[in-house]
Each structure stands twice: as C-alpha cells, then as structure tokens.
Design a protein around this ligand. Structure first.
Ligand code: ZN
Length: 278
C-alpha cells in the first residue's frame, strides 16, 4: 500500500476506535482543577456549554489570535495545573506508558493490552518515535491514544519558550506522520510543568495530563512492588503512570501481565479519553 493509503486506513481505524472509545467510556470526563483561565468564548467552556452549541454555532465564535485551522486551539483553556485524574461512570481507570516507544518492551505491553482488549495512552518521545514509527502505527491500529512527551525528554523548566515549542512541535509532527493524527494530550517530562508548557500545549491543541498513581517502575523496584503499587492505588478515576522505555523495563512488562487481569477482575473499566472533535 502507498503511504497515503496507509494513513487513510489508519485514520479510518482511529475514527472507529474513537467512536468505540466514546461509547465504551460512557461519559468519561476529564477533571480540571477549577483553576483554569477564562475560556476563549463560549466554545471553549465546559462540556455543558459545548453541548449547547451546534457545530455551526461554534464556528461563528471568533477565534481571536489563532491562525491555525488544524487544531482549533481556541477551544482549549490554558490550564494552570495538569489533569491528574479522570471521571467516568463506575470504576474507570486510565493506564499510561511514557518515554517510548522502545522495540524491546513496547510490543510486549501492546500484546498484553491486546490480549485483554484494553486501550491505553502512550506518551512518546519524538526521538524514539521517529526511529520506531511502526510501533505508533500499531498503536493507531489497536485504538490506543498517543500523547506528546517532548522530543528529547528535557526538564522544560530549564528551557526557553522557543526551545519548548520546538520540543513539542517536532514531536507532534512525527506523531502525525506515524500515527495518523496530531496528539491531543501532552505530558511534561518528570512532571515538571511551567506556564509556557501549558500555553504552548493549548496552542497546539493538547491538554496537559499528569497522573494520579506513580507505579515507580522507573526505579526498577521489582515486579511485585510495581504490581502492588498499581493494585493498591487503583480507584475510580485513577490515572496510572508506567514506562515502556527509558531503561530496563522488563519489570514493567511483567507487571502489567499481573495487574491488568487483576484490575479487570476487580471491575475496573480501563479506557482512554474519547477523541475531541477538531
Ligand atoms: Zn518521561
């Protein structure tokens, strides 16, 4: 198949997966901190306001100061804190994997997710993604959500605005190329956020997502410790932080084989946020 045919196919699959995800999530909402800046017009207000506006109505809202039609960033608030958890009906949880994709570990994690028919979020680094585009294509095909975790995983708080923009923009470009869609989520390396990151993320159409429970797999504390931290941290709305790259992640690979069936047996609905319309 030609590359553009592949992308078209992936987009179709993504659209299908997004519809399934939205139906499966049944009201999965993202909890803000209540500390957002005023929205840009009614179109950027909460879900209720958005519901009240038909698509043709929101197109009539001025998107002052924004030129890119691609991401419709005027619909995103500039947050002052990242999103820490999600809310949905029942026992909804989100699993996230950072720093990849890594050909040694990511395929095993994808295999385990597939075996249990579960979707997760992968916050990828551009420098990894550009070397392993086939793994992003697989994530698209299997309905996972890919987020932006910068190009080189720097401490954003030590960078200037132009450097932060470059780190984020290049990563969104390679994600669009390999995954078929620009990312709608980003996560600051080390969870170190600053104002520029929030502003640039909103400009690029991305919401900042942190996490509720850190599995501490990045410290390679042993598989059973990772499993225990995820299982004991489980709860409605919890976002779990794991890693599929950035070191020896064989413990993370083994841990998900244990905690995923446990969470499912405990009645948790592991899901991803539905794709926002852009
Ligand atoms: Zn990271």
């Amino acid at each position: 198949m030609q590359k553009d045919q592949l992308l078209t196919r992936r987009r179709a699959l993504l659209a299908g997966a997004a519809a399934l995800g939205a139906a499966g999530a049944a009201g999965l909402l993202i909890e803000g901190t209540g500390d957002e800046e005023p929205a840009h017009g009614a179109a950027a207000a909460g879900p209720q306001a958005r519901q009240a506006l038909t698509p043709s109505a929101y197109r009539l809202q001025p998107l002052a100061g924004y030129g890119s039609p691609r991401a419709e960033p005027g619909r995103l608030k500039v947050r002052r804190e990242p999103i820490l958890r999600v809310s949905g009906r029942g026992r909804t949880m989100v699993l996230t994997y950072d720093d990849g994709p890594d050909p040694h570990y990511t395929p095993h994690i994808l295999d385990t997710l597939a075996a249990h028919d579960v979707r997760a979020m992968f916050f990828v680094c551009g420098e990894m993604a550009v070397e392993h585009k086939e793994l992003l294509a697989r994530m698209a095909d299997e309905g996972h959500v890919v987020g932006n975790h910068t190009w080189t995983h720097p401490l954003l708080t030590q960078l200037g605005r132009a450097e932060i923009r470059d780190e984020m923009e290049r990563t969104s470009d390679v994600i669009e190329d390999a995954y078929g869609e620009r990312p709608q989520w980003f996560r600051a390396p080390y969870g170190a956020w600053n104002r520029a990151a929030f502003q640039l993320g909103a400009e690029m159409g991305m919401e900042p997502m942190a996490w509720t429970v850190d599995s501490t797999d990045w410290m390679t504390p042993g598989t059973s410790t990772i499993v225990d931290r995820v299982e004991s941290g489980a709860g409605p709305g919890v976002v779990v932080l794991d890693h599929d790259a950035g070191g020896d992640r064989s413990q993370s690979v083994r841990a998900i084989r244990e905690y995923l069936p446990y969470l499912i047996d405990s009645g948790y609905h592991l899901t991803v946020p539905p794709r926002r319309r852009t």
